[in-house]
Design a protein around this ligand. Structure first.
Ligand SMILES: [Zn+2]
Length: 287
């Protein structure tokens, strides 16, 4: 049995973002605190006792405080259920939380060699000494088995560079698996065939439409320009994954510009009618 906890569902900056006055951030600060969300990361466990984080977000310390599953075992002076961290990329949103894990508890770090090289080149990550924190390279399309859970790595559709990995996490006991694809620019036929049969897919939900940052005056980049497919529209995530045999579909890495965050919005209704969910921080799913 796999247990998955959504530690955070938001894209970089979180909701509300410290310097943002967009409609979603304004509501999150005032009348709608339920909109608040920390930056994207999930925790997964095959035995309920040892947990693996997928990415270590800048909000990791707050996420661990809010997640009882990740608290030290009762009666132990020093302990953490976090047995490892799997990094899907080397960007600040995925690695900054590692700096909140520097107090000497052992865990294993799994990442592509390119990401491990980024960590090695930045001396601030030396706070994670090799005696406590083992660093293990993982490769695209090659299965790896963490010490106490099961997992294999696959590339996110279309990205052959190894900069960003998608992950397929398999429970060897039940044969069930889920996907973590928080950054995906394009849904290829190959990706569709991989996703088909998954019990759960976490998918890139950064923007509703490709030009929303520009239209809202929040930025100059399109979703595609940042490597993110849009939720809506022709070739968007909702349309591209429609009809595939997927148990549950959840968007993750949702930017505060995305109108689907607002309950009751037309965009949210369309998303839910298509069988998708936006998980609240702390949501636990059992597979
Ligand atoms: Zn905002």
């Amino acid at each position: 049995m796999l247990r998955v906890v959504v530690l955070g569902a938001a894209a970089g900056g979180g909701i509300p973002q410290w310097n943002c006055g967009c409609p979603v951030c304004l509501k999150a600060r005032s009348d709608n605190p339920e909109l608040r969300s920390t930056q994207a990361s999930i925790a997964v466990s095959a035995d309920g006792a040892h947990w693996y984080l997928i990415n270590a977000s800048p909000d990791l310390r707050q996420q661990v405080i809010a997640t009882p599953q990740l608290h030290p075992k009762a009666g132990q002076l020093r302990h953490s259920p976090i047995a490892g961290v799997i990094l899907t990329n080397g960007e600040v949103d995925a690695v900054a939380g590692l700096l909140s894990m520097r107090e000497g508890s052992p865990f294993t770090l799994y990442a592509h060699e390119r990401v491990l090289a980024i960590l090695r080149s930045n001396s601030i990550f030396n706070v994670l000494g090799e005696n406590n924190v083992k660093r293990r390279p993982i490769e695209a399309d090659k299965a790896f088995e963490p010490a106490l859970a099961d997992g294999s790595a696959h590339p996110a559709g279309g990205d052959a560079a190894g900069d960003t990995l998608g992950l397929r996490i398999l429970d060897k006991g039940s044969g069930k698996y889920f996907y973590f694809l928080a950054a995906c620019a394009d849904v290829t036929d190959d990706l569709k065939s991989r996703l088909s049969g998954a019990a759960l897919v976490f998918f890139d939900g950064t923007v509703w439409r490709d030009d929303e940052l520009i239209v809202q005056g929040l930025g100059t980049k399109t979703g595609q320009g940042m490597g993110h497919i849009s939720m809506s529209g022709e070739h968007g995530a909702i349309e591209s994954l429609a009809g595939l045999d997927i148990g549950r579909k959840m968007f993750l890495h949702i930017n505060n510009s995305n109108p689907a965050l607002l309950a009751g919005s037309d965009e949210r209704k369309e998303l839910e009618q298509a069988g998708w969910q936006i998980p609240a921080d702390g949501t636990e799913i059992t597979l």
